[in-house]
Design a binder for this molecule. Structure first.
Ligand code: AMP
Ligand code: FE
Ligand code: FE
Ligand code: ZN
Length: 284
């Protein structure tokens, strides 16, 4: 007898969170425990281009009684616009994933150096050592540089660093070599994961880009996220319903002060979670 995928992951489920293995502030254990305290039953660990935190998170989840979904977040580019794609329930040991993780780590380190050089050219007294002090274990990202800018007194607030210097249109912004969304989606499917467009309509992607990415084989769109307005959320949910896509959601938590949303406030319910798991069953 053929059985539908059984939902072993309980709701509420927060399907987007970062640890210090990318640009989150805290260890996987603390992220999982924070989820537990916030009433979240399933948490996805979706670090930027790394799976280094998954094992620790799974172990912490067993202790805390929280289901941990192994995930990843890829930055991709389509038509000069940056779109983030989440892989949920991926096999972290898949060779395609391992390879990209290795390459991206090196590329991020090189790019951080370029950003620091641009900041120095703007007469800011910042060095890679200041940045390295902020990076615990992780894949270096702009949030680390933002915190280093706070630490050296170049700005007073984390957000201000993005506004004045390293945001998309800032004078010290450096773009990254990005995958195409289609490549990221294929990679996620090869690793038996579900591909989700993270915070579509935020940071560049317009409706036309969401449509384009959906046609590349996406499984779901994230319609619950702290940066989405109510009307963006509504549009994304309706888009999902009209295009036979599942809906995902999460806090995109990076730790206190490094996040917009609070853990516990952004999640999907049991029915939505089941639809995502049904997608998963297509990839083995
Ligand atoms: P990167 O992957 O190095 O380009 O950095 C992107 C990350 O920076 C995002 O995932 C967020 O964590 C953070 N970020 C981007 N823009 C902002 C902003 N305006 N304010 C705060 N954090 C931001
Ligand atoms: Fe981030
Ligand atoms: Fe993102
Ligand atoms: Zn994220």
């Amino acid at each position: 007898m053929r059985q539908a995928t059984r939902n072993s992951a309980p709701a509420p489920a927060d399907l987007h969170a970062h640890t210090w293995y990318s640009d989150g502030k805290y260890a996987p254990k603390k992220v999982v425990e924070t989820a537990k305290k916030a009433g979240i039953k399933t948490i996805a660990i979706t670090d930027h281009e790394t799976v280094a935190g998954i094992q620790e998170a799974v172990a912490a989840g067993k202790d805390a009684g929280v289901e941990v979904v192994p995930g990843i977040e890829f930055s991709t580019r389509v038509k000069e616009v940056e779109a983030h794609i989440l892989g949920l329930w991926i096999d972290p040991e898949n060779p395609g994933i391992t390879e990209i993780v290795k390459n991206k780590r090196a590329e991020r380190a090189r790019r951080a150096e370029k950003i620091v050089e641009k900041l120095q050219a703007l007469k800011i007294g910042i060095h890679m050592d200041h940045v390295k002090k902020v990076v615990s274990k992780g894949n270096i990202g702009r949030p680390h540089i933002a915190q280093a800018l706070v630490n050296v007194g170049a700005v007073t607030e984390f957000e201000e660093a993005f506004r004045r210097y390293i945001g998309r249109h800032g004078p010290a912004y450096v773009a990254r070599e990005s995958l195409s969304p289609g490549d990221a989606i294929d990679l996620i499917h090869e690793a038996k994961g579900v591909a989700v467009l993270a915070h579509g309509l935020i940071g560049g992607p317009q409706r036309e880009h969401v449509k384009m990415i959906a046609d590349m084989g996406l499984d779901a769109v994230e319609a619950v996220h702290p940066k989405l307005t109510e009307s963006q959320s509504k549009w994304l949910s309706e888009f999902a319903a009209a295009h036979d896509l599942a809906v995902s959601g999460g806090s995109d938590w990076h730790g206190d002060g490094w996040s917009q949303g609070k853990m516990g406030d952004y999640f999907v319910n049991a029915a939505e979670l089941q639809k995502l798991l049904d997608r998963k069953s297509a990839y083995g």
